[in-house]
Structures are given as C-alpha cells and as structure tokens.
Design a protein around this ligand. Structure first.
Ligand code: PNS
Length: 165
C-alpha cells in the first residue's frame, strides 16, 4: 500500500503558496490528507469549518487529496489515520527554527513518522495567510495570491467587519 502523507496547518485561510505545495506533494505522494488544526489558543479569522470548506472548494478537482480537521497532537492524528509522512513547507530562514523544533519534537513523540520539508516556489515565498489577511483588510489587491473561493470569503469578512466599524 502506498504511503499516506499529511499536510497539516492552520490554513487561515489557504493561500496559493499552500496550493502549490499540495500540487507538488501530490506528485510524490499518491494519497494526501490536508489537515486543518483546531487550535483554541490561536486566534483565527475563519472557523475550522470555513477553512475546511475553502480548502475543499479549492482542491475539488484533485484526486487523492482529502481535507480533514484534527484537534490534539498531530502525531496522534497521523497515527490514527495510518500516515507515515508529515509534509511542511519552508519559505525563508524565519520558518526554519520553529519547523526544526516541531520536526524533532514530533520525531521524539513518534519515531516512525518522518517529516518532509518542501521549499515554497519562488513566486510564493513571501505569501502567508497573515500578510494576505492584512492586505485584504486594507482593501489591497490579493488576487492571484489566494484561490478564488478565498478571495470571495475575504471580501465578505471584510465588508461585514467594516460595516461594524
Ligand atoms: O500553519 P501553521 O500554523 O504553521 O501549522 C502549525 C501546526 C498546526 C502544524 C502545529 O501547530 C501543530 O502540529 N499543531 C497540533 C498540536 C501539536 O501536535 N503540537 C506539537 C507540535 S511540536
């Protein structure tokens, strides 16, 4: 049976950088789970349900990709799913320290799980969910940086937010 890989993250919201990674990872791993972490400590713009829905919309034409959510430890979720690989994207040096710590902690907790790092493509290395939300909040142009389904949702969120201000 082919290895199942998990691509975990907050995806608040999914960006074209994430999408690029899913497409490239899918060429290597025939079965991929994109897993939205439920993190009650981290404040998010979108609910888990909204994030899952946007990912499902953006990835609807991709075979072999499942979108799911999880709470608790990633390693426990991965083991429950029968996955052996965790995929993470690396943008710049700033990502490295945190990713290094996470990969080692996860390996300590579950030595049978391997973390694979993939470099973000050149055209996406500056794109993050955080910057996209900030630019969208001030009505800046984020077309081409997020899937269309996210573009609409961000517009809705911001118009609701601005009407409350
Ligand atoms: O997109 P993000 O916010 O960089 O993703 C981080 C994420 C969700 C992968 C990480 O915080 C995580 O794995 N959370 C689940 C809880 C867990 O396992 N924590 C220990 C990691 S060392």
């Amino acid at each position: 049976m082919s290895s199942l890989a998990i691509y975990p993250g907050s995806f608040d919201p999914v960006t074209c950088g994430h999408m690029d990674l899913v497409h490239r990872a899918r060429k290597i791993f025939p079965r991929l789970v994109v897993a939205v972490a439920i993190n009650i400590k981290k404040q998010s713009m979108f609910t888990v349900e909204e994030r899952v829905e946007m990912l499902r919309g953006a990835l609807k034409d991709m075979d072999g990709v499942e979108v799911d959510s999880f709470s608790g430890l990633l390693v426990d979720y991965a083991q429950k799913k029968g996955a052996t690989i965790i995929i993470r994207g690396l943008r710049a040096l700033s990502d490295f320290e945190n990713e290094f710590q996470m990969a080692h902690m996860n390996r300590r907790l579950a030595p049978n799980l391997e973390t694979f790092f993939m470099m973000t493509s050149q055209e996406h290395f500056y794109v993050s969910s955080q910057t996209v939300k900030e630019v969208a909040h001030f009505n800046g142009d984020i077309s081409g940086l997020v899937p269309d389904v996210v573009l609409e949702r961000l517009r809705e969120k911001n118009s609701n937010f601005q009407s409350m201000e």
